[in-house]
Design a protein. Structure first.
Length: 209
């Protein structure tokens, strides 16, 4: 918390700083650095330059580089979890599920950046324990959220009773990750029809085999 002097009375008036909000801003700046340079390219100086502040300002909000990287991972993963965790409207149709899946794919600059950050953490074999655990927790939550979403649509009558939400959710996650990776590797070749495999799989839940 900083303070400022009131010009009227010469009093010191506390200036409230949104610490959580500032950490999120800096986490997003770190995510942009990771998307460009990879995990190895992240330094406090690089993040400060990206955020337009001093290195000391970044250091004020984080215990160290690992804490900063965890914040970047949170920032990049929230867009994947939020539509399932707190949907704008209740998920009750296959169209709604397909819409969430399409929005999960890296089909614009912002989502492409976030995918590059997630994959940087998800695909490395080892790392600091906190970062590894957060990445695992995010991935596990994502699977659970898809399981819950499919179960909700099943409860609304749009998904067949013989579909196992847990198994189906795991398959949807695998399809989205595979499709997102293909789009990142071959954006022009894969982008136009990227959602088709996931869309087709989700719509099969409403059809009799």
């Amino acid at each position: 918390m900083f303070s400022a002097t009131s010009p009227a009375r010469g009093l010191v008036v506390p200036k409230v700083v949104d610490r959580a909000g500032r950490r999120l801003e800096l986490g997003r700046a770190a995510a942009r650095v990771i998307a460009r340079l990879g995990l190895e390219g992240v330094t406090v100086a690089a993040v400060a330059s990206e955020a337009g502040c001093s290195a000391g300002s970044v250091a004020h909000y984080f215990r160290g580089k690992d804490d900063l990287l965890v914040s970047a991972l949170h920032a990049a993963t929230e867009s994947l979890l939020a539509p399932l965790r707190d949907p704008a409207e209740p998920l009750a149709t296959l169209d709604a599920l397909c819409g969430v899946a399409r929005e999960s794919l890296p089909l614009d600059g912002s989502r492409e950046r976030d995918w590059r950050v997630r994959l940087a953490f998800w695909t490395r074999a080892s790392g600091p324990p906190e970062e590894v655990q957060v990445a695992r927790d995010h991935f596990a939550e994502w699977r659970r959220l898809w399981e819950r979403a499919i179960g909700a649509v099943q409860g609304a009558g749009a998904v067949r009773a013989d579909v196992d939400p847990r198994e189906a959710g795991a398959c949807v996650v695998a399809l989205i990750v595979g499709t997102a990776t293909q789009v990142l590797v071959r954006p022009r070749a894969e982008g136009a029809h990227a959602a088709a495999p996931v869309d087709s799989y989700l719509r099969s839940f409403g059809r009799r085999p």
